[in-house]
Design a protein around this ligand. Structure first.
Ligand code: NAD
Length: 317
């Protein structure tokens, strides 16, 4: 496993990291013991960064992850969770709620310190509230030694500079972007020089586009428009037909970008995570990658968007 610095946080994170949302059974019904073994496998094979949220499976992902982490020494992993999103369409970025949220997450996770606390999906919040209320509340928690670092997450890319430009350097230490740097969409690249200049660490999530680039395909809640699902399917079917693994290619594509500190991949299956780590370390078949990128060209940078009207990106569906 290779490691990269996460911005200016001092966290030296594995280039492939563990996204714990599947532990909340968001993709399929999962077995908790299998999920726990997946976490242990990830850590045993060199992953040192884990991302979760109270939102995933309505707190289930944090609870199952907490069971897994109880057996693990605290200095073996960096733990990131989130505040502000608690259910379908349920957001609360108030100072009181996010402060209580940290206590609740720590109780579920069985820890008293969170390395990175992130505002979860700020496209659903008023920027004024994040700047004037949420981030100051998180700064207090940081000063009190309850958390190490502060980040923001979101789908539309415009939300990141909209907040970072309004706060002093170093307040927002990381961004978590998802579905915007994968084989079919590289829009995140346009912001990487900006993040570097601002000293902000970049976490890239969902290298398979939350299932788009997998043989199982997307779950029913997936917001991708039909053209994107169909276009991705063509690449999946091509790889299947020639005996290639599209997940391998997706992971390799994401982890090789030097300005992305880490890529989060989710799974509640120990074999999948073992394979994913092997994929991150295996030599890349650039010829195959070029062919798959060609197949995906008609839908390149097509995606979905969401959030308050002021926060959504112009997007090609
Ligand atoms: P992903 O692209 O990692 O896809 C996960 C899907 O791929 C699951 O269905 C999983 O079973 C499947 N998969 C994984 N490895 C596989 C393999 N080897 N073979 C076949 N299928 C495989 O998407 P994700 O799980 O949504 O994203 C990863 C993590 O990133 C999440 O768990 C979460 O921690 C984080 N994330 C955060 C946000 C946010 O903060 N807004 C949004 C999306 C994701």
């Amino acid at each position: 496993m290779h490691y990269r610095q996460l911005g200016q946080t001092g966290l030296n994170v594995s280039i492939l990291s563990y996204g714990a949302s599947p532990l909340g059974s968001v993709f399929r019904q999962t077995d908790d013991n299998e999920g726990i073994r997946t976490v242990h496998t990830a850590l045993d094979l060199g992953i040192n960064f884990i991302d979760v949220s109270p939102y995933y499976g309505a707190t289930k992902a944090e609870t199952v992850l907490g069971k897994a982490l109880r057996e693990i020494k605290r200095d073996r992993y960096y733990l990131a969770t989130k505040v502000g999103q608690y259910g379908e369409g349920t957001f609360d970025f108030s100072a009181a709620r996010v402060t209580r949220s940290l206590d609740e997450s720590c109780a579920r996770l069985g820890v008293d310190y969170i390395d990175l606390l992130q505002c979860h999906d700020i496209e659903f919040a008023e920027a004024d509230q994040i700047v004037n209320e949420t981030l100051p509340a998180l700064l207090k928690l940081k000063q009190a030694g309850r958390i190490g670092h502060i980040g923001i997450t979101g789908l539309p890319l415009k939300v990141f500079p909209a907040i970072i430009d309004r706060v002093p350097r170093g307040v927002v230490e990381t961004v978590l972007s998802f579905c915007r740097y994968e084989l079919n969409d590289t829009a995140l690249e346009t912001l990487l020089p900006y993040f570097k200049q601002k000293g902000v660490g970049v976490i890239n999530a969902s290298p398979t586009g939350m299932g788009l680039l997998t043989e199982r395909g997307v779950p029913s809640w997936h917001p991708a428009p039909p053209a994107l699902v169909a276009g991705s399917r063509r690449a999946v079917e091509y790889c299947k037909a020639i005996g290639a693994d599209i997940v391998k290619l997706s992971i390799q594509f994401a982890v090789t970008h030097p300005d992305i500190a880490t890529t989060l991949v989710g799974s509640a299956n120990p074999d999948n995570i073992r394979q994913n780590i092997a994929h991150a370390e295996a030599p890349i078949d650039y010829e195959l990658m070029a062919r798959v990128l060609e197949i995906l060209k008609p839908i390149h940078n097509h995606n979905f968007t969401r959030g308050l009207p002021a926060n959504v990106d112009p997007i090609i569906a």
